[in-house]
Write a protein that binds this ligand. Structure first.
Ligand code: C2E
Ligand code: CA
Ligand code: CA
Length: 621
C-alpha cells in the first residue's frame, strides 16, 4: 500500500507535467511549421493535448480522503498510464526530430530528451515504479542515437549518457529512500513498528469522510492493557518493552487482514475494522472478534525466561455516519474502555448512550464538587455505634452532600469521583477539620465519645500535606484527650495494593500520635489475611454485605464466623456494620463481635440531631 502523502505528491505532479509538456511541446509545433512539416508535429501535439486532458481528469478526480482503498489503487493505475504515455511522447518527438541535422534540430531534440529525463527523476521521485522505467525509456533512444553515429565522439557520448542515466537513477533512488523513510518514521511507532497516533488520526479523518457519504459501518476497539505498569515497575522497562512488542505482534497477526491497527502510546492500542456494508454488519460479530482478541492477548508470554500473563480492557464502538456527526466517537470508545476498567478489567464493553450519560453525570458531579468544596453544601453526619450492652460508645463520621439541582448525592457516587480526580484530598481535609473541631467542641462541653471513626481514602494516606495536617490538628485539638478516647481512621482494604509500603510507613507515623486504624469493608478484598499481617491495624469492620446475607445464607454466616475468628487471632476489635434486624444483632453478638452499627439502631444523623439524641446536649438557641 502506498502512503497517503505519496498520492498527494503525485497528484500535484500531474499539473506540472502537463505544463512542462504543452509549453515546450508547442515550440516543436512551430519548428515543424518552419522546418520539418506541420502535420506530424501538429498530430503529435494533438495527441499531447489529449493525454493532458486525461491527466487533468485524473487530477480532478483525486480526493484521498473520500476514496476507498480500491478506488485509490485504480486511480494510481491510471496515473501510471498517464505518466508512461506523456513521457513516451517525448521520446516520439525525439525520434521525429533527431534526424534533422541540417537545421541543427538534433541539438534541440537531445536537450529536450535530457530535460525530460531530469524532469522524470525529480517529479516522480516518490515512486520507483514510475521513474525507473520512464528514465530508462527516455535515455535509451538517446544512447542508441549516439552509438549509431558510429564516430569516436558518438562512443564517448554513449558512455557519458549511460553514466548520466546511472547518476540520475542513483540520485532518485536515494531521495526516494529518504522520503519513504521519512514517511515511515512519521507514521510508525518505533518500538512496535505499528502505525502511530498521528497516522491513526489521519486515517480516522479520511475514514470519516468516506463513511459520511455511504451506508457503511466500521467498528473501533480501544485496547488498554491491565496493570501493565506493575510489570514495568517490577520487572523493568526492558521486559515491559518486549512484552509490548509481543502483544503488538499478536494483535497484528490476529487482525491484519481486516483491521487497521495503531499504538496510541503506552499500553494503549486501537483497531479499526474495514468498512462494512450496513446490511452485513452485526454487533455480535464485532463483539465476538473483541472477545477472541482478548483471549489471544491473555495467553501466556515467555519473555527472557519470565512467564507473563496480561489481560486487557477493551472498549468497542460501532461507528456509522450518525456517530460521525457528533465527532465524539473517539471519546465514546474511550468511555467504553474506561467502563471495562472500572468493571474489574479483563473484559469488553460496548459503548451505548447510557454509558455516555453516566460519564456526563460524572463530569457534572466533578465540576460541582469543585464549587461545593468552596460553598457550604457538604455536611458531616454521625452514625452511632454500640457496645455489647447496647450503650452508645462511638460514631462514624459520614459525609453528606445536598445539591440544589442534583438533590442528595450518595457518597458511594461522589467519593469515587473525588478519588479519581484528586479532589478527595480537599474533601478529606474538609471532613478532617469538621470532625476534629466537633469532637473537640463536644469534649469541651464535657461529653466524651470513646470511638470516633473517620473514613480516610488511601490517596490521603500517601499525601504528605494530609499527614502534616493531621499531626498539627491533632496536637492542637487533642492535647488532652481522655484516656479511653480513640480516634479511628477507617481505610478500605482493597485499595492498599499499589502503595503498600508508603501507606504502612504513614500509618505507623499516625499511630505514634495516638490514631488507630480500622480496615473497612473487611472481607470484600482479595488478600485480607495478608493485610492483617502487614498493616498496623487495630480493628476490622465486617462489610455490611456479609451482614445483609447472614441470616439468609449459611455460607455468609460461616464466612463471618471465619473472619471473626481470624481477626480475634490477631487481637483486633471487631465492628459489624449494616445491622438492620434484631436477628442479625443476635447472631453477631453470639459470634463475639465487639461493636455494632446499623439502621437497626440508627442512621447517620446531622450534627445537631446527633448531639441532642446521643450526647444529651440541647441545641443552642
Ligand atoms: P462505609 O464506610 O462502608 O460506610 C457505611 C455506609 O453504610 C454508610 O453509607 C452508611 O450510611 C451505610 N449504612 C449504615 N448502616 C446501614 C444499614 O444498616 N444498612 C445499610 N444498607 N447501610 C447502612 P454512606 O454514608 O452512603 O457512605 C458510603 C461510603 O462512602 C462509605 O462506606 C465510605 O466508604 C464513603 N464515605 C463516606 N463518607 C466519607 C468520607 O468522609 N471520606 C471518605 N474517604 N469516604 C467516605
Ligand atoms: Ca466506613
Ligand atoms: Ca464499610
Amino acid at each position: 500500500m502506498k502512503h497517503q502523502k505519496d498520492y498527494n505528491f503525485l497528484q500535484k505532479q500531474i499539473l506540472l507535467m502537463i505544463g512542462l509538456s504543452l509549453i515546450p511541446g508547442f515550440i516543436y509545433v512551430i519548428l515543424g511549421w518552419f522546418f520539418t512539416g506541420l502535420l506530424p508535429a501538429a498530430l503529435w501535439y494533438g495527441g499531447l493535448i489529449l493525454v493532458s486532458l486525461y491527466g487533468f481528469s485524473l487530477y480532478k478526480k483525486f480526493n484521498s480522503k473520500k476514496m476507498t482503498k480500491s478506488e485509490l489503487a485504480a486511480w494510481y493505475k491510471h496515473l501510471t498510464y498517464f505518466m508512461y504515455i506523456i513521457f513516451s511522447s517525448w521520446s516520439v518527438i525525439f525520434v521525429l526530430n533527431i534526424g534533422y541535422h541540417e537545421h541543427n534540430l538534433h541539438y534541440i531534440a537531445i536537450f529536450t530528451q535530457l530535460g525530460a529525463s531530469v524532469t522524470a527523476s525529480t517529479l516522480l521521485v516518490s515512486d520507483r515504479r514510475m521513474f525507473v522505467p520512464i528514465l530508462l525509456t527516455l535515455m535509451l533512444p538517446l544512447s542508441l542515437y549516439f552509438l549509431f553515429l558510429d564516430t569516436w565522439f558518438g562512443y564517448v557520448l554513449t558512455i557519458f549518457s549511460l553514466i548520466f542515466v546511472s547518476v540520475l537513477l542513483y540520485a532518485a533512488n536515494n531521495t526516494n529512500r529518504l522520503i519513504q523513510n521519512n514517511y515511515y518514521q512519521a507514521q510508525h511507532d518505533i518500538l512496535t513498528g505499528l502505525f502511530n497516533r498521528r497516522y491513526f488520526m489521519e486515517y480516522i479523518e479520511s475514514m470519516s469522510e468516506r463513511l459520511m457519504n455511504t451506508k457503511k459501518v466500521v467498528y473501533m476497539l480501544l485496547i488498554d492493557l491491565d496493570h501493565f505498569k506493575t510489570i514495568n515497575d517490577s520487572l523493568g522497562h526492558d521486559i515491559g518493552d518486549k512484552l509490548l512488542q509481543e502483544v503488538s505482534k499478536r494483535i497484528d497477526a490476529f487482525s491484519k487482514e481486516t483491521h487497521v491497527l495503531a499504538r496510541l502510546g503506552g499500553d494503549e492500542f486501537v483497531l479499526v475494522s474495514q468498512e462494512i456494508e450496513e446490511k452485513d454488519y452485526s454487533d455480535e460479530d464485532a463483539y465476538a472478534f473483541a472477545m477472541n482478541l482478548l483471549s489471544v492477548i491473555r495467553a501466556q508470554y515467555t519473555i527472557d525466561g519470565h512467564n507473563l500473563h496480561i489481560s486487557a480492557s477493551i472498549g468497542l464502538h460501532e461507528i456509522t455516519h450518525f456517530s460521525l456527526d457528533t465527532k465524539n466517537f473517539i471519546r465514546e470508545v474511550d468511555i467504553a474502555m474506561y467502563e471495562a476498567k472500572s468493571q474489574g478489567r479483563d473484559g469488553v464493553i460496548v459503548f451505548n448512550k447510557d454509558l455516555s450519560k453516566k460519564v456526563e453525570r460524572h463530569l457534572v458531579i466533578e465540576q460541582k464538587l469543585h464549587q461545593t468544596l468552596h460553598g457550604n453544601k457538604l455536611h458531616v453526619y454521625y452514625q452511632p455505634q454500640f457496645n455489647r450492652s447496647q450503650e452508645m460508645v462511638g460514631c462514624e463520621a459520614l459525609v453528606r452532600w445536598f445539591d440544589d439541582e442534583l438533590g442528595t448525592l450518595a457518597p458511594d457516587e461522589f467519593i469515587p469521583i473525588a478519588e479519581s480526580t484528586g479532589l478527595i484530598l480537599e474533601l478529606g481535609s474538609y471532613v478532617l477539620h469538621e470532625t476534629f473541631r466537633n469532637l473537640h467542641a463536644w469534649n469541651e462541653k464535657g461529653v466524651f465519645i470513646e470511638y470516633f471513626s473517620i473514613n480516610i481514602s488511601i490517596r490521603q494516606m500517601i499525601d504528605e500535606t494530609f499527614l502534616e495536617e493531621v499531626e498539627v490538628m491533632y496536637a492542637y485539638y487533642f492535647a488532652k484527650l481522655k484516656e479511653n478516647q480513640t480516634i479511628v481512621f477507617e481505610i478500605t482494604e482493597h485499595v492498599f495494593a499499589e502503595n503498600m509500603a508508603l501507606a504502612v510507613r504513614n500509618m505507623n507515623r499516625l499511630k505514634d500520635i495516638g490514631i488507630i486504624f480500622s480496615i473497612d469493608d473487611f472481607g470484600t478484598g482479595y488478600s485480607a489475611l495478608n493485610y492483617l499481617q502487614e498493616l498496623p491495624v487495630s480493628e476490622v469492620k465486617i462489610d455490611k454485605s456479609f451482614v445483609a446475607e447472614m441470616d439468609k445464607s449459611k455460607n455468609s454466616k460461616n464466612m463471618i464466623a471465619t473472619i471473626i475468628s481470624i481477626a480475634k487471632n490477631f487481637n483486633l476489635t471487631i465492628v459489624a456494620e449494616g445491622i438492620e434486624t434484631e436477628e442479625q444483632l443476635e447472631i453477631l453478638k453470639a459470634l463475639e463481635c465487639d461493636t455494632f452499627q446499623g439502621f437497626y439502631f440508627d442512621q447517620a444523623l446531622a450534627h445537631d440531631a446527633f448531639e441532642q439524641k446521643y450526647l444529651g446536649l440541647s441545641p443552642i438557641a
